[in-house]
Design a protein around this ligand. Structure first.
Ligand SMILES: Cc1ncc(COP(=O)(O)O)c(C=O)c1O
Length: 377
């Protein structure tokens, strides 16, 4: 229950565990299947990949390890380059670097905040092996143009769908476009397993390679190795939660979309806030409801909301500004990324849980408008 008067913080996100999570997790304890063997793993892999319209699902420990598995499963390594957006989480760059390849950053579109297809071609050279696209905040990337570029230059596509469970581009689910697609099931994601991830693919060969790499590259005879792998396994207990969450995914997606509709309604007459868009032909799932401030200082507004019991988060810090990536010589100091810098300076997201109530959304929206209009009592 919303406890505004008692100063309870509204978190940016909390999971909704009101389905069969406890029952299925209990079954793992009852049967002793608590590690990475057990019936829920395959159920979750099959159920989620089918939901996305893709043949294979390979569950793993989180979204970051999913990205690493995805890059390695495509045979990308030393000397190779992978094009990726400048505005995203560090896991994307790290997965490419971990595989020995070089990430090449591209600025994003000012309306969807996704990788700008118009800027991809100029970065392609003979070392380019793949494009990693990230469907940010639940909005699908411009896949027609990206797939066209990939086919012209014989490049692989890695989709990062961590923030876009259930989003669609021209009627097709994200995750079903790429050679491989990655998901995170961290507790703020649309469905969660606490920590968890999955790579999905239509290729039998890639799926087999993903399974091998996920499990220390064990083959027969066991303990004789021809390859190094990783322990990136998901547990049956986590997968049990995943199966229960999947039973409610349509409701969670609807709730996120309804949150956005309600927020949009409150902000529609204000020119102080820029609200997220949904491009025609896309189904965006508004993983986190993110806004840009047109005039005010972002940190000041976030602090004021915090004082009123509303938690917020900044958007991503662009890759080309990351001290570590600069130190590693991965950033061309002369190159400009005006859109991602602007998003970082002006943007933040508001509470976005699937369980958010209309009363909470009204309170959050009115408080934000009050702060922006100088009525902060
Ligand atoms: C776009 C994106 N990719 C990857 C990840 C990494 O997922 P995880 O936190 O499960 O490692 C996240 C995490 O929030 C994300 O937002």
């Amino acid at each position: 229950m919303f406890e505004r008067g008692r100063n309870k913080m509204i978190p940016v996100c909390e999971p909704t565990l009101t389905g069969k999570e406890k029952e299925y997790v209990g079954q793992c304890f009852d049967t002793n299947w608590i590690s990475s063997a057990g019936e829920f793993i395959k159920k979750f892999e099959d159920g989620f990949s089918e939901y996305c319209g893709v043949r294979h699902g390979v569950a793993c420990s989180n979204g970051s390890t999913a990205l690493h598995l995805a890059v390695e499963s495509l045979g990308i390594g030393k000397g190779d380059e992978v094009i990726m957006p400048d505005f995203t989480i560090i896991s994307c760059a790290k997965s490419i670097l971990q595989s020995g390849a070089k990430p090449v950053f591209i600025d994003v579109e000012s309306d969807t905040w996704n990788i700008d297809p118009k800027k991809i071609r100029e970065k392609i050279n003979s070392n380019t092996k793949a494009i990693m696209v990230v469907h940010l905040f639940g909005h699908p990337c411009e896949m027609d143009e990206i797939m066209q570029i990939a086919s012209e230059h014989n490049l692989k596509i890695i989709e990062d769908c961590a923030e876009a469970h259930g989003a669609e581009y021209k009627g097709k689910k994200v995750g079903s476009f790429g050679d491989v697609a990655c998901f995170s099931f961290y507790s703020n994601k649309i469905i969660t397993t606490g920590e968890g991830g999955m790579v999905i693919t239509n290729s039998d060969e890639i799926a087999e390679r993903l399974r091998l790499l996920r499990n220390l590259a064990f083959t027969e005879p066991r303990f004789v190795h021809h390859d190094f792998g990783y322990n990136y396994r998901l547990t049956n207990v986590q997968a049990a939660m995943g199966v229960a969450q999947l039973e409610n995914i349509d409701n969670f997606v609807k709730a996120r979309i309804n949150n956005a509709k309600s927020y949009n309604e409150f902000f529609k007459n204000s020119d102080l806030v820029r609200t997220p868009i949904c491009r025609e032909g896309s189904k965006t799932v508004y993983w986190m409801y993110s806004v840009l401030l047109n005039q005010h200082d972002r940190d000041d507004v976030m602090n004021k909301l915090n004082e009123k019991g509303i938690q917020t988060r900044t958007l991503f810090y662009p890759m080309h500004m990351q001290p570590l990536l600069k130190e590693k010589g991965l950033v061309d100091e002369n190159e400009r990324f005006p859109v991602s810098e602007d998003l970082w300076k002006r943007g933040f997201y508001l509470p976005s849980s699937s369980s958010l109530t209309m009363e909470q959304i009204k309170f959050i929206s009115e408080t934000l408008l009050g702060v922006l209009n100088g009525n902060t009592n």
